[in-house]
Design a protein around this ligand. Sequence first.
Ligand code: NAD
Ligand code: UDP
Length: 315
Amino acid sequence: MRLSRRILVSGGAGFIGSHLCDRLLAEGHEVLCVDNYFTGWRRNIEHLVGTPRFEVMRHDVTFPLYVEVDDIYNLACPASPVHYQHDPVQTLKTSVHGAINMLGLAKRTRAKIFQASTSEVYGDPTVHPQPESYWGHVNPLGIRACYDEGKRAAETLFFDYHRQHKVKIKVARIFNTYGPRMHPRDGRVVSNFIVQALSGDDITIYGDGSQTRSFCYVTDLLDGFARLMATGDGFIGPVNLGNPVEFSMRELAEMVIAMTDSKSKLVYLPLPSDDPKQRQPDITLARRELGWEPKVALADGLKETIGYFRKLLAS
Ligand code: NAD
Ligand code: UDP
């Protein structure tokens, strides 16, 4: 096996994708970042432009792509509810046609392919915490379905390409992840609360704020990606990657206010439909198969993320 691999990262200009590009380049690989900049930002990767082993291609993964690569990370897809609901048909196409195109590429080049799946495959879960064996509770007709069902169909495609065409796959189900380079108007809870607190605006809690999420810092997540990609052919996932420590949205808001020393007030807005009430990964499988668990506590990760947004807003 080549030590330095040619690696395609779809969605490479996004929040997680740009950190992944950094990490793969630091490991000595050649990286081809493919992105249509729907939610990604050139700013996330501009420090890499000019690096000889780094190449960027503006491309929409719903169209076929012919390149020669050894590994593929398929991250292209808007992840924030506000963004994926903006053009739901394109979201579904990105997950489904994007998966078909990336899997077709993997089949032709015999590349190993990683899928960024999501805890949303569990929907509004009736089992808590969620193990990989849980089939989920998704409303197929609701406003989150373009994302949830798209990602579920993508998992099906990954497993069928694996069974039918022997494509080497790795599937991770990612739970809420945060960190520097989230888009300031991305609409997700961590970036929203921090930007609101730093700007002195009201902190918008949807519903009564008792709904829970479990937040994983981006560097922990990337350690999970690396460990999953390094497993032998016997382990393909799906495997949950997330931080099992659960917080309510009210607790998160209070933490952000305290850490930013903000005068912002909490305001309560209607809960969007189908908003999951609780979410916590069962990471038994990741611990056993990958020897992985998150190390960064929420307070430490928030400190880094607040520092990033402080600089960004000042500029
Ligand atoms: P992001 O929105 O910052 O990044 C997504 C990237 O994909 C963006 O750069 C966007 O421009 C690009 N993209 C979207 N549609 C595309 C298309 N048709 N063709 C090419 N590029 C396209 O989101 P993120 O948080 O970095 O998420 C990355 C991946 O991880 C996504 O697949 C998401 O579903 C998955 N994920 C993220 C989280 C999380 O909490 N951040 C949780 C679960 C799953
Ligand atoms: N949320 C909130 N205020 C905001 C943004 C989000 O209370 O300004 C809530 C949202 O309703 C959900 C949780 O925070 O219950 C996480 O939302 P996010 O959009 O980050 O991701 P999700 O996990 O729902 O995909």
